[in-house]
Write a new protein. Structure first.
Length: 616
């Protein structure tokens, strides 16, 4: 939502600040007062071309800033890699398409290194009287294209100069998909498309291999064979080194273990050995303490000795297992030989045995892509054909969803246009699936492509050509949008489209700005126009520049752009344009002026009645 728009030295406006309502805001004022400068400010912060002629006379620079309030859901979205411009929309891998509106704007701001502050995003533009303009996002200088990509997700301007956006096939396709609610079908197709193009890239690499690639394949194959012959196991080298150390120190180990056992329990070393062992002596001490008739301390000491004796028994058992388990000289030779083999591997592909195994596994995968044998290519081509058929089937499912939505969209838009003083106007949303290259739509085997990279009718967005064809009045020729109507008619058409989209898909997190939407409208049609703008504003922010009281009366907030002399009767003093919000009686007077050009009692009563009746 646009929270605030600030302007300095832009055209006739020296300084202005507008805080639009959450719902509908009307911008009114006499013709020539400077209402267009507000749209100019929005366009500037949206990355449009800066013109030094727009700088106010005598000022060094013009400046505009838009502050957008962001909802918590959008702020919670991780950015990923979503930055892109319109030229890359069709080539997108699907990640950016998963984010729209405010969430996409937040993601792109983060991609530019700017984190929203206190739930707000600041977009500003400075235009000097001479020199280059400066685009700023959240206090950080950025290319103006970054402002454009972010503002494009936050604001939609419907004016004569802005309708060319919806005239593009990509924008029309995006709008139809939004109304169709075909996210599941679109995601399924994108997944199939990504798998197909990944296979095409893989086949392309195989077929374009040169001598160096074949040499690399030979090296990988020989290296993998060498490692596999040795067959290293994780941790094997450390285990072998430990065993070797025991064998090399077998005499010291046997002597030390024997002496320890002789002291602890001589019977474990020599069954005929005489004398009491440490275990026996402790047992004797326990028996002696238990024989004392006085309990307490002596019983506790006996308990402690029994616990010590249990631990001592475990030690004796463990040492006994070590006797005679040191291995032979032959074992040592085998261990040294194996350690040498493993060292050769770590020297070439290490430094550790785990690195060697990881290198082999990766090399095995890389070898598959480098191995351009006819059998391998044929195998991948068969897999590619299967992927192509799956993508084609997903594209057909997507086409069916779009075709169904297109018929409903055209009918509903025609109904809305009839209420907007455009009786007889109609919109046809035409979905035309591209034919397969061989002309046999059912012969998928033949159509699967004989060469990698030939995707036939398939594109990243499906196989459909989408066209919005508008007929502005009965009997008129049907022409593509943007070439078949005036600015006012196109603005009303866009209002009808947005209304249908809101009815079908619910509220929007964008700000819609309508200019010239009331051109050629009056009477009852003007009331219907205002009513529909207010209906759209129930679930979105709407700003309308209008000269009709019947439209402005529906607004939740109204700002008046007016000219005021800076000197009393002195023509040389100049004229300044001011922007002020009008409320209560001030608004009644402004509505009366818009109705009749005067503020008579009759016009004021009419204004009050109009404001009272302008409620949904």
């Amino acid at each position: 939502m646009l929270e605030e728009l600030d302007i300095r030295n832009l055209g006739p406006i020296r300084e202005a600040s507008i805080a639009p309502a959450r719902g509908m805001t009307a911008i009114t004022g006499e013709t020539g007062a400077g209402k267009s400068m507000l749209l100019s400010a929005i366009r500037l912060v949206s990355g449009d071309t800066a013109e030094s002629s727009r700088v106010a006379a005598g000022a060094d620079e013009a400046w505009a800033q838009a502050i957008f309030a962001l909802d918590d859901d959008a702020l919670a979205v991780d950015s990923g890699n979503h930055g892109q411009d319109d030229s890359s929309r069709d080539a997108d891998d699907g990640d950016a398409a998963a984010l729209i509106g405010v969430a996409a704007a937040v993601a792109r701001a983060r991609d530019a290194g700017v984190e929203p502050e206190d739930g707000e995003l600041f977009l500003s533009r400075t235009v000097p009287a001479s020199g280059r303009s400066r685009a700023v996002l959240g206090g950080k200088s950025v290319p103006r294209s970054v402002l454009g990509s972010i503002a494009g997700e936050l604001v939609t301007i419907h004016g004569q100069a802005d309708q060319l956006k919806i005239a593009s096939a990509a924008r029309q396709r995006e709008f139809l998909d939004r109304v169709a609610g075909d996210e599941a079908e679109l995601d399924a197709y994108r997944q199939a498309w990504n798998e197909l193009t990944a296979m095409d890239e893989r086949l392309g690499r195989l077929r374009s291999q040169e001598s160096s690639a074949r040499q690399q394949a030979d090296y990988l194959r020989e290296s993998i064979d060498r490692i596999n012959r040795t067959n290293p196991q994780l941790g094997e080298d450390e285990e072998l080194k430990s065993r070797r150390e025991r064998i090399e120190n077998a005499a010291d180990i046997a002597q030390g273990v024997g002496a320890a056992l002789g002291a602890l329990d001589a019977s474990q070393v020599d069954a005929d050995a005489g004398g009491a062992s440490a275990v026996d002596l402790i047992n004797h001490a326990v028996t002696s303490l238990r024989a004392i008739r006085v309990g307490g301390e002596f019983a506790e000491q006996a308990d402690r000795l029994e616990s010590i004796n249990a631990d001592l028994g475990d030690v004796v058992f463990s040492l006994t297992q070590e006797l005679g388990d040191e291995g032979s000289v032959e074992d040592l030779d085998q261990i040294n030989g194996r350690i040498h083999e493993l060292n050769e591997l770590t020297r070439r592909w290490g430094p550790t045995l785990a690195d060697v195994i990881a290198w082999r596994d990766k090399a095995t995968f890389d070898l598959e892509d480098l191995d351009a044998s006819p059998e391998k290519v044929a195998e991948l081509e068969a897999e590619r054909q299967s992927l192509y058929s799956a993508a084609l089937a997903a594209a057909d499912t997507l086409s069916a969803a779009r075709t169904k939505a297109a018929a409903s969209l055209g009918a509903r838009v025609a109904d809305e246009l009839s209420s907007l003083a455009m009786s007889g106007a109609s919109l046809e949303v035409r979905v035309t699936p591209r034919e397969l290259s061989d002309g046999h739509d059912n012969d998928r085997e033949a159509a699967a492509g004989d060469s990698a990279g030939d995707t036939g009718p398939l594109e990243p967005y499906g196989r459909d050509d989408i066209a919005f064809l508008f007929t502005p009045f009965e009997g008129s020729a049907q022409l593509p949008m943007g070439k078949s109507a005036s600015g006012g008619e196109l603005s009303r058409l866009m209002l009808a489209l947005e209304l249908v989209a809101a009815d079908v898909r619910g509220g929007s997190d964008q700000t819609f700005i309508f200019d010239e939407v009331d051109a050629g409208v009056g009477g009852k049609a003007a009331v219907e126009l205002g009513k529909r703008l207010a209906r759209l504003a129930r679930n979105a922010q709407v700003i309308v520049v209008t000269h009709l009281a019947q439209v402005a009366s529906w607004a939740d907030a109204q700002f008046v752009v007016s000219k005021e002399s800076q000197g009393a009767g002195d023509e040389t003093a100049g004229v300044a344009t001011t922007v002020c919000e009008v409320r209560d009686d001030q608004r009644v007077h402004e509505i009366a002026r818009m109705l009749s050009g005067s503020e008579s009692e009759a016009s004021l009563d009419h204004a009050r009645e109009l404001l009272k009746d302008s409620t949904l």
